[in-house]
Design a binder for this molecule. Structure first.
Ligand code: C2E
Ligand code: MG
Ligand code: MG
Ligand code: MG
Length: 282
């Protein structure tokens, strides 16, 4: 196609490619320095029980405060972090920081001792031969009980690991940590395997939740996932809940919990603390 556009187009195309390469390698260089420069921070999105309408936990969402560009979302740097292997130290930082924060909250807010934090993992992290040891070390160092920790994996990550998956998940569960499948329904997963994995929660992807309209139409996929979760002894959490009628219909369908802009956007540390302190009911 580029050829058909004539010779001149090559030059423009190459320039764009060049600019993009510079941009990527600059981003990679910056990313390498970001940990020691302490440019990462965590945001916390409330997860609300649809029964009590109170916060039962938070999902931990990574942010990068870039010195020139400003706040960068994970969508714009996680892929580079994965390609370069930088996700390993970054992911370890997220785990340690989140565990420390949760431990601090447990001391500071005794009424919130059952609060959990849910942390996203990337495939590169769980592929590390010493991932389980690292996890155990972080829990020990932060004196955190695994019970209040939840790890989010995607379907594709679970299927990619083949026979090793069950062993890995079992070792995580031995530390009392809970396991969720993130973005459920969007990846490749085999139902014949799902029941063999020690998963606690299915997180229903936003793309299915957003189909639910005011009349409660288009609930079929969400309903199917909730039924599937329950028949496998798992719980369901709806992601990306934005409207009150979505809350109503999800409750009716027996979905245990939800998160999304209807309740709250991801919050900085200070705002998350004020939520814990005031314990609002939605
Ligand atoms: P995710 O785990 O599925 O997280 C949910 C994403 O949806 C978050 O985007 C959140 O801000 C956004 N969101 C929450 N509620 C709503 C809503 O009601 N409407 C809409 N439109 N969006 C909503 P975010 O923070 O940009 O994160 C994007 C993805 O980056 C995450 O998707 C997760 O896969 C990944 N990620 C975030 N933090 C980490 C991390 O520490 N490590 C790794 N490996 N991945 C991370
Ligand atoms: Mg997630
Ligand atoms: Mg998700
Ligand atoms: Mg998602």
């Amino acid at each position: 196609r580029a050829k058909a556009l004539g010779k001149g187009r090559y030059a423009i195309f190459d320039q764009e490619m060049y600019a993009q390469t510079i941009h990527l390698s600059q981003l990679e260089t910056d990313l390498r320095l970001a940990i020691e420069r302490q440019e990462f921070l965590l945001n916390y999105q409330p997860i609300v029980s649809l029964k009590t309408r109170q916060v039962i936990g938070f999902e931990v969402l990574l942010r990068w405060q870039h010195p020139l560009t400003g706040l960068i979302s994970p969508g714009d740097f996680i892929a580079i972090a994965e390609d370069t292997g930088l996700i390993e130290p970054i992911g370890e930082w997220v785990l340690r920081e989140a565990c420390q924060q949760l431990r601090t909250w447990q001391t500071k807010f005794p009424h919130a001792s059952s609060l959990h934090l849910s942390i996203n993992l990337s495939i590169r992290q769980i592929q590390q031969f010493d991932f389980i040891e690292k996890l155990a070390r972080i829990l020990a160092e932060t004196s955190l009980n695994g019970e209040n920790l939840r790890l989010e994996l995607t379907e594709t990550m679970l299927m990619d690991q083949g026979d090793k998956t069950i062993e890995l998940l079992t070792q995580i569960k031995e530390q009392k940590i809970q396991l969720s499948i993130d973005d459920f329904g969007t990846g490749y997963s085999s139902l014949s395997y799902l029941h063999r994995f020690p998963i606690d929660t299915l997180k229903i992807d936003r793309s299915f939740v957003s189909l639910i309209n005011a009349e409660g139409e288009n609930c079929e996929i969400v309903k199917t996932i909730i039924t599937l979760a329950h028949s496998l002894g798992m719980k369901a959490i709806a992601e990306g809940v934005e409207t009150p009628h979505q809350v109503t219909h999800l409750s009716k369908l027996g979905c245990e919990a939800a998160q999304g802009y209807f309740f709250s956007k991801p919050l900085n540390l200070q705002l998350a603390e004020s939520i814990i302190a005031t314990n609002p009911q939605w």
